[in-house]
Design a protein around this ligand. Sequence first.
Ligand SMILES: Nc1ncnc2c1ncn2[C@@H]1O[C@H](COP(=O)(O)OP(=O)(O)O)[C@@H](O)[C@H]1O
Ligand SMILES: [Mg+2]
Length: 257
Amino acid sequence: MIKIRNIHKSYTNGQNNLHVLKGIDLDIEAGEMISIMGPSGSGKSTLLNIFGILDNYDDGEYFLDGSRILHLNERKAALLRNRMLGFVFQSFNLISFKNAMENVALPLYYQKINRRKRNKIALEYLDKLGLKEWAHHLPSELSGGQKRRVAIARALITQPKVILADEPTGALDSVTSQEMMDLLTEINQTGITMIIVTHELDIARHTQKTIRIIDGTIQEIVKNEAGSQKPEGRSQVRSTKYVAASNVQQKKYEKVA
Ligand SMILES: Nc1ncnc2c1ncn2[C@@H]1O[C@H](COP(=O)(O)OP(=O)(O)O)[C@@H](O)[C@H]1O
Ligand SMILES: [Mg+2]
């Protein structure tokens, strides 16, 4: 799904050149769930932004689902992002003056789906994530965990092939973090490739593989025994709901699209 070879990336600030990624090679198969770990400043977000076609690289090769990603103009990049990728970023980037439903529906606006249809689909996704009652609330009226679930619903609504999550459990308490990981695992189990940047070992061990980056190079790739097992216990109810509803949605959405 993702293949990169010898990726280099530098940032230039005036006279200073900062070499952030120093020759990264990586293959991520369709349906994999992997984590990227490493100290602050090691280049994790930079790498994720390259995967997300949010930033360019200076040297090397990047293939996304078989297509070479190189010097795309913004229109093409936006099209690919909308079709292929879902983002769950640290700051959620929810629009403060739009309610949860409108935030979730936004990616469908860019697909020129009319308001009634996109709001209807958004409500279905909010329902899957246990947030139906919160659809008409503004982000400021939601808890941190709820905001993150809204951001996940928004990432899922275009049925991406890959979800990129940058510290999706940052600043959440451990129970909410656990629920978030169970949720991401369930989403992965519907076949969506999942790439999660985290600095928490507890989070990383839920994934199948952990890529350790230090100072812009891959130090090691570790297989996690417990990674991506079926979530157990308290999130089971939501999980069943999520998976079951997702097939229904798939059909409905194909009609709309
Ligand atoms: N847009 C930018 N301009 C200049 N320097 C940047 C930019 N983005 C990131 N950096 C620098 O690149 C390095 C790696 O950043 P980042 O990829 O965000 O690291 P991580 O996510 O691992 O903490 C850091 O030193 C950071 O300050
Ligand atoms: Mg970062």
